[in-house]
Design a protein around this ligand. Structure first.
Ligand code: AMP
Ligand code: TRP
Length: 335
């Protein structure tokens, strides 16, 4: 069985982009593989955060995973900070990562550029800069075979692979498994509903363009009905000339069993209004079902114990790996 590993940052503002690009694909892997899913709380503190909210959001994400269909008994779901080996390995990897590599990360450039303070100065936490090595540690610690992520994480994944290869070469041993990246064919980059030139994100200023999984269903319907399209009134997948409607077609296709082609045919002589109405029904029904499950789970399941038990299993695997690396690096004296 292959190890499929992924993490998501704890915020209760999970979007339909996170869901279609990452969450849902991860869950689909559980049929034939062993899943290791963690709530990336250490990543969440690389920018400004509120400790109380963080604590609540951790639980919320765990419940969301379960609402999406993750079986917490056959797979391992845990909180990242319960296994301190993640941050330790991150340090060891940092010593094998170049400043130039981290400087090139577009996510860092993006996120740090948004951190300008009112007085024009910038205080960028170093943790944000070194974040990709923590992500590499999360993955390499467990010899993950496959890492499903959205498109925006592929650069971090390439870096993870480079670090693993570099390490193995330098110490002439297969210390780390070089992980494969999995990016979904459809839905790996859901765009903002109001500005289809930018990625849908929790942090986009105009929240009218973002669908949050836990927001009231009526809001979601309104957001879809007022999504920006174009004046062609022709339901056609054409990223260049009709980015808005193309994005809606992708969402439709991901949540129905219809291909892009099927959808184009179905709405051939129809108006955008009809298409949007059907899409709103599909999205709202799907999310409503998720929300119902979520609220049921968050009320009834005693997560923390189960997740802590899982962390203990991970901790044993991680400690063994760290021990092996310490030996190879000459950090360990004796046996
Ligand atoms: P983040 O919100 O940055 O913590 O992302 C969590 C996961 O969702 C990552 O695998 C991202 O690549 C994925 N993701 C985030 N936004 C989108 C989006 N708009 N479309 C598809 N996938 C996304
Ligand atoms: N960096 C990812 C994000 O922002 C979350 C993440 C942290 C992750 N560690 C990971 C994803 C390891 C996959 C594997 O979305």
């Amino acid at each position: 069985m292959k190890i499929v590993l992924s993490g998501i940052q704890p915020t209760n503002m999970i979007t339909i982009g996170n869901y279609l690009g990452a969450l849902r694909n991860i869950i689909n892997f559980q049929k034939d593989n062993k899943l290791m899913i963690f709530i990336a709380d250490l990543h969440a503190i690389t920018k400004d955060f509120n400790p109380k909210e963080l604590q609540q959001n951790k639980k919320s994400i765990a419940a969301l995973y379960m609402a999406c269909g993750l079986n917490p008994y056959d797979n391992i779901i845990f909180y990242q900070s319960d296994v301190i080996e993640h941050s330790h390995l991150s340090y060891l990897l940092l010593c094998h990562t170049y400043m130039g590599e981290l400087n090139r990360m577009t996510q860092f450039k993006d996120k740090s550029s948004k951190m300008a303070m009112a007085n024009g100065t910038q205080n960028i936490p170093t943790g944000l800069f070194v974040y990709p090595t923590l992500m590499a540690a999360d993955i390499l610690l467990y010899d993950a075979d496959i890492v499903p992520v959205g498109k925006d994480q592929t650069q971090h994944m390439e870096l993870t692979r480079d670090i693993a290869i570099r390490f193995n070469k330098k110490y002439k041993e297969d210390i780390f498994k070089v992980p494969n990246i999995y990016v979904a064919e459809k839905g790996a980059k859901i765009m903002d509903l109001q500005n289809p030139d930018i990625k849908m994100s929790k942090s986009n200023e105009n929240t009218k363009g973002t669908i949050f999984l836990l927001e009231p269903i009526d809001n979601i319907r309104k957001k879809i009905m007022s999504a920006k399209t174009d004046s062609f009134d022709n339901v056609k997948y054409d990223q260049t000339n009709q980015p808005g409607v193309s994005n809606l077609i992708i969402i439709y296709s991901c949540l129905s069993n219809k291909s892009i082609n099927d959808i184009e045919l179905l709405y051939k002589n129809k108006k955008y209004g009809d298409f949007k109405k059907d899409l709103a029904d599909i999205v709202c029904n799907h999310i409503k079902e998720l929300q119902d499950k979520y609220y049921e789970i968050i009320k009834n399941v005693d997560f923390d114990k189960q997740l802590q038990k899982n962390a203990q299993i991970c901790q044993k695997i991680a400690a063994k790996k760290i021990d092996k690396i310490h030996k190879i690096l000459g950090l360990k004296v004796g046996n």
